[in-house]
Structure formats: structure tokens, C-alpha cells
Design a protein around this ligand. Structure first.
Ligand code: FUL
Length: 467
């Protein structure tokens, strides 16, 4: 073996690392959540389960138009509520009469899930499903029999609609409901009733490429709020904490831990930020979307902290996205693209205080290739990078990405700007992971930046971009 061969070997992974489906999911960054059911027609957020299927009549529904709009806003994946808590199924399931097959829409011959799946395929957008475990319509809900029904529904969705990128397991369980006319309270033990390990085995066997989302993963964790805000520190490593010393389960976790995760936890379970563009998840006539500036803040506090954004965009009763929501989405998209149009680091001189060897040069930080990365020797824990622009340059955002297939190695970074012959610390951040956007409160003008890194294991960064 030549003497320097070991010096150019890639770093050994540090701690847990993402699986291939998790890596693909990370790369999506922005995804959309489509909430659509009888609630769209009744004005409810949580339908009781006694809605007549006749009310589901989205006369101008066109999945292609919706998906095209979302794809144009860089939504790389779409998750559809195939069944929400009211139990109304958007596909003609064999398990219940409470579905599109008894609605006037497409004369009972329609399948919203199929139309979305096909439109996603056409527009090169990944497709995922939400299937509410809580079912306020089903007479068997709360009894063991319901589990078979739920699993049959899951199986229908997992086998009938092509590849799914994500299966979304909700933790909400409200208690009262129609339940086939019983109109009563039904409480379940969320830690045991749903038999989650069995359900997830079903997903694994039928859709091995999909990630499973819930409060406890196993692949993607709920961020712990519906505001689109990951922790300022947000580790991709996480071990869910249960309530009152009990096992954690969907619907029963300590939500204070979820936004932050834990450094040193033994699972890679990154955060997903689900937030609706509107106050509610479903369309309501008198509600308005958040503004584009707020949406930009949400982008920075989710994607900018290593999470994936799952943005709720609900169709109205005509089946189409609300023009007001579309306006916000388009403005936000244009502003975001303008902000990230020119990477000022691409033409700068980048140097590093240490380099692992050939193949790991700092030039990989700006080569636009997510597979290449700059890495240091194993025993280097506090290296720095210098970015020289060669002329005064206005900087407002810095983006960093770790080579996450090697784990989350960096503990902290500090960003210095060159001013009046000295370095001045301008910003600092903790967890990096898949993406970290450092947004300066006020843009600065400088000729050079320096990034000081503190890392638990020799860092491996795949990107440093400056805007
Ligand atoms: C929650 C549900 O109760 C809401 O209605 C919505 O679907 C949201 C995404 O998840 O737990």
C-alpha cells in the first residue's frame, strides 16, 4: 500500500447515519401537505365522522393543475390526506362505504388518490400518503377489529398507487365521534392500541423506499409544533422521550425535546416541520394565508435548520388551490430563487486550515456536487475556512451542508467577517447536518469571511455557499 493511501481514505462515519430513503427525503427540502376531505365542504377541521358522502363534490378538481402549481414552487414531494379523522376515504376502498365511491364526484367512479399519484408522476414530484389512525366514522374504532380495517386500508394505499416516498402516521386522538352511530367517547391507549411496529413492518415490506413519519419516527420525527419551527439547534439524532415515564408513541411524546433532538442519540431521525399556509389545515372561507415574508421565515426556521418543510396547501370546495394561497406561494418562490440565485463563494478563493488529502480539497465546498466534500484529518477538531472575495461584497446568508452520510460531525460554527484589518464574529450556529442557513440580521459588506468550526470528529462539509 503506498504510504499516503490511508491519508486519502474517507473519514469513518461518526455516530448514526441516514439510510438511503432518509437521504433521498433530506434532499427534497420542500414538500407540500394537501388536506382535502368532507371538511373542505363543511368548514370543520376535525369532521365528526357523520358527514354524508354526497357533500364531497369538487366540481373543478384537477390534480394536474394543483401538482403543476406545487411543482413550480419547488415542492419536491406531496403528501395527501387519503383519510383524515372523519374516516372519509378519498379512494374507493373496499373497507367502508364512507368514501368517494358514494359521492357525486365523477359519479362515484373517482379516486382522488389515484389522480394525485398520476399527476405527481407526470410532474416528477414524489407522492406520499397520510392515513389517519383515528377514525371517527368507523363503528369498530377502539376495538381490535378496527386494526384489521386500518391495515387493509394501509395495504390498499401501499400497493395501489406506485412508489410512495413517505407514509405519515398522525398522533392525534380526540375521543368523541360518530362511530357508526354510537356517538360516544372512545379512548384508546396510544402506546399499545395501534400496534405500530406491525403497521410499520407492513410499510417496510410493501414500500421499502418510503420513509415513515410519526412522533417517534422510525425514519422522520415530528418537530413538536405546527408552526414550521425547528429548534435553533436541531440535531438529526433523536431518541423520543415518553410521557410520565411511559414508552414514547405517536401522540405521547415530550414535545419539548422534539424540536432540538439530542446530540449523541443513537438514531438518525431528522425533524419534519409541518405547517399550514393558513390558520387551519383545511380550507375555510374566512381564513387567509400567511404572507410571503412569514413563509420565508418558516423556510429559514425549517429547511435552514436541517429539517424538511411540509407546507399545508389545502384545496377549496371547487377542488382547486385558493388563488390567494397561490399568490403567496409564487411570491415566496420568486423571492427565494432571487435570494439564492448567485453563490458568491463560487468565484471566491477558498482555503482551509487543514485538508485530509487529495479528493477532500476545500474546492468541493463550491463545486455544486452534493456527493463531494471537504474533510480534515481525523484528529482535527477546530479547523477554519477562509473565503476571500477579492473585493467588497455584501453578504446576507451563508449555507452550510455536512456530508451527512458520514454523520453529524460538527458541533458549532462561528462566522467572522474581515473589517478594519481584523476578524469580527458576525454569527454562530450549532447543529449543521443536511443544511444550515445562517441569516445575518443585517447584511454586511466585507472582503472576506472566516468560518471557525468546532467538531466532535474531523468535519466533512459538502457545501459552503454565500448569498
Ligand atoms: C394533526 C391533525 O389532527 C390535524 O388535523 C392535521 O392533519 C395535522 C397535520 O396533524 O395531528
Amino acid at each position: 500500500m503506498p504510504e499516503d493511501a490511508s491519508a486519502t481514505a474517507p473519514p469513518t462515519p461518526f455516530g448514526p447515519v441516514p439510510t438511503a430513503p432518509q437521504l433521498r427525503w433530506h434532499a427534497l427540502e420542500t414538500t407540500a401537505f394537501v388536506h382535502f376531505t368532507t371538511n373542505t365542504f363543511t368548514g370543520c377541521e376535525w369532521g365528526y365522522g357523520d358527514e354524508e358522502p354526497e357533500i364531497f363534490e369538487p366540481t373543478e378538481f384537477d390534480a394536474d393543475e394543483t401538482v403543476r402549481e406545487l411543482a413550480a414552487a419547488d415542492m419536491k414531494g406531496i403528501i395527501l390526506t387519503a383519510k383524515h379523522h372523519d374516516g372519509f376515504c378519498l379512494w374507493p376502498t373496499a373497507t367502508t362505504e364512507h368514501s368517494v365511491k358514494n359521492s357525486p364526484w365523477r359519479a362515484g367512479g373517482g379516486d382522488v388518490v389515484a389522480e394525485f399519484a398520476a399527476a405527481c408522476k407526470r410532474h416528477d414530484v414524489q407522492f406520499g400518503i397520510y392515513l389517519s389512525p383515528w377514525d371517527r366514522n368507523n363503528p369498530d374504532y377502539g376495538r381490535p377489529e378496527y386494526l384489521e380495517i386500518y391495515r387493509t386500508q394501509l395495504r390498499e394505499l401501499l400497493t395501489g398507487y406506485g412508489p410512495l416516498f413517505e407514509v405519515w402516521c398522525d398522533g392525534a386522538n380526540g375521543g368523541d365521534g360518530h362511530y357508526g352511530g354510537a356517538n360516544e367517547q372512545r379512548h384508546v391507549d396510544v402506546t399499545t392500541y395501534y400496534g405500530w411496529p406491525t403497521n410499520w413492518e407492513l410499510v417496510r415490506s410493501l414500500q421499502p423506499e418510503a420513509v415513515i413519519f410519526s412522533d417517534v419516527g422510525p425514519d422522520v420525527r415530528w418537530v413538536g409544533n405546527e408552526d414550521g419551527i425547528a429548534g435553533e439547534t436541531c440535531w438529526a439524532t433523536y431518541c423520543p422521550v415518553g410521557l410520565e415515564g411511559r414508552e414514547p408513541a405517536p401522540g405521547a411524546i415530550d414535545i419539548a425535546v422534539a424540536p432540538v433532538g439530542q446530540r449523541g442519540a443513537d438514531r438518525w431521525m431528522p425533524a419534519e416541520c409541518d405547517v399550514s399556509i393558513r390558520p387551519g389545515w383545511f380550507w375555510h372561507e374566512h381564513e387567509s394565508p400567511m404572507g410571503p415574508e412569514k413563509l420565508m421565515d418558516v423556510y429559514f426556521s425549517s429547511v435552514g435548520r436541517g429539517a424538511v418543510l411540509l407546507l399545508g396547501l389545502p384545496p377549496g370546495p371547487d377542488g382547486r388551490l385558493d388563488p390567494r394561497d397561490v399568490d403567496v406561494l409564487r411570491t415566496f418562490t420568486a423571492q427565494r430563487r432571487a435570494l439564492f440565485e448567485t453563490d458568491l463563494a463560487a468565484d471566491a478563493m477558498i482555503s482551509a486550515s487543514d485538508c485530509r488529502g487529495p479528493g477532500f480539497a476545500p474546492g468541493h465546498l463550491v463545486d455544486g456536487d452534493p456527493k463531494t466534500y471537504w474533510a480534515t484529518a481525523d484528529d482535527v477538531h477546530e479547523p477554519h475556512l477562509a473565503i476571500e472575495f477579492g473585493r467588497p461584497t455584501v453578504v446576507s446568508v451563508v449555507r452550510l451542508r455536512e456530508a451527512v452520510h458520514l454523520g453529524q460531525r460538527v458541533d458549532r460554527v462561528a462566522l467572522d467577517a474581515w473589517a478594519d484589518g481584523a476578524w469580527t464574529e458576525t454569527a454562530a450556529a450549532t447543529s449543521i447536518g443536511m443544511s444550515r442557513l445562517i441569516r445575518l440580521t443585517t447584511p454586511i459588506e466585507t472582503t472576506a469571511l472566516r468560518l471557525r468550526i468546532t467538531a466532535a470528529a474531523g468535519p466533512a462539509l459538502s457545501e459552503l455557499a454565500v448569498y
